[in-house]
Design a protein around this ligand. Structure first.
Ligand code: DHB
Ligand code: MG
Length: 232
C-alpha cells in the first residue's frame, strides 16, 4: 500500500459500501442490536460480509459452516449467499447469550432458524467431531464453504477440521484476522514469538491438501487480513 494514500482507507470503505452494499434494515439492525447487548463490535465490515456472500454464490455452495457466530452479522451475509441455492448454514457459537442475539438478528432479517441457519451451541473443538460423526452416519452433508472467525490461537486446528469436513475439490475455506493473529503471536512485529501457537499461514503453506493466499485489509476495520484457501 502506498503509505501516503492509506489515510483515505476509511473514506474509500464508506464510499464503496454506500455504492455496493448499503445496509438493509436487517444488516443495520444486526450491528446495532449486537452492540446494544454489549457484544464487542468486531463483526465483519459490510464489504467483507459482501465478499463472503459472493464467495458462497460463486462456489455454488449448498452447505456452509461457520466457526464463531458472534451476533450473526456474517451469518446474515452467508444466508444471503445461500438463498439462490436454497442452501443451509451451520454455525458454531460457544456463548449462549451471543447465540440468542444472533437468532434475534437472523429472524429480524426473515432468515428461518434453524431451517436456513442452525446455530450449534458449544466449543468448536467439541462440536466439530460431532459434525464429522453425523457426516459419516449420513445424517449431514459435507461443507462447500467454511468461514472461520473464532479464537485466534485455534485457527490452525479449525482450518484442519474445515478441510476434513469439506466436500472436496474446489471447497473454500476463509479465515478472518490472520494478519492480526500473526502480529499478536510474534510471527511478525515486536511481540515475542509464541511457539505454542501454530501459525496458520506456515501450516497452510506446507499443507498439500489446499492452495491458499492471504489478502491484507484496511479501512472500515483495523489493519488486518484474511486467508482464502481452496481444496485441491
Ligand atoms: C477483532 C476483530 C475480529 O474480526 C475478531 O474476530 C476478533 C477481534 C478485533 O478487532 O479485536
Ligand atoms: Mg473476525
Amino acid at each position: 500500500m502506498s503509505v501516503e494514500n492509506a489515510k483515505y482507507a476509511n473514506d474509500v470503505s464508506e464510499y464503496v459500501e454506500a455504492a455496493l452494499c448499503p445496509p438493509t434494515p436487517a444488516f443495520a439492525h444486526a450491528y446495532t442490536n449486537t452492540s446494544a447487548h454489549g457484544i464487542p463490535e468486531i463483526a465483519l465490515s459490510p464489504s467483507q460480509g459482501k465478499l463472503i456472500s459472493l464467495l458462497t454464490r460463486i462456489s455454488g455452495a449448498k452447505n456452509v459452516l461457520e466457526i464463531g457466530t458472534l451476533g450473526g452479522y456474517s451469518a446474515l451475509w452467508l444466508a444471503e449467499g445461500l438463498k439462490d441455492a436454497g442452501g443451509k448454514l451451520t454455525s458454531i457459537e460457544i456463548d449462549p447469550a451471543r447465540r440468542a442475539v444472533a437468532i434475534e438478528n437472523l429472524e429480524y432479517g426473515n432468515v428461518k432458524v434453524p431451517e436456513q441457519v442452525d446455530i450449534v451451541l458449544g466449543a468448536a473443538l467439541d462440536v466439530l467431531p460431532n459434525l464429522s460423526k453425523e457426516i459419516s452416519q449420513g445424517k449431514r452433508q459435507k461443507f462447500d464453504v467454511v468461514f472461520i472467525d473464532a479464537d485466534w490461537d485455534n485457527q490452525w486446528a479449525y482450518f484442519d477440521w474445515a478441510v476434513k469436513l469439506s466436500s472436496g475439490r474446489g471447497s473454500v475455506v476463509y479465515v478472518d484476522n490472520v494478519v492480526r493473529q500473526m502480529l499478536e503471536t510474534g510471527v511478525l512485529g515486536p511481540a515475542p514469538r509464541d511457539t505454542n501457537v501454530p501459525n496458520l499461514v506456515e501450516m497452510v503453506g506446507k499443507d498439500d491438501r489446499v492452495d491458499a493466499t492471504v489478502i491484507q485489509t484496511c479501512g472500515g476495520k483495523n489493519y488486518d487480513g484474511f486467508l482464502l484457501a481452496t481444496v485441491r
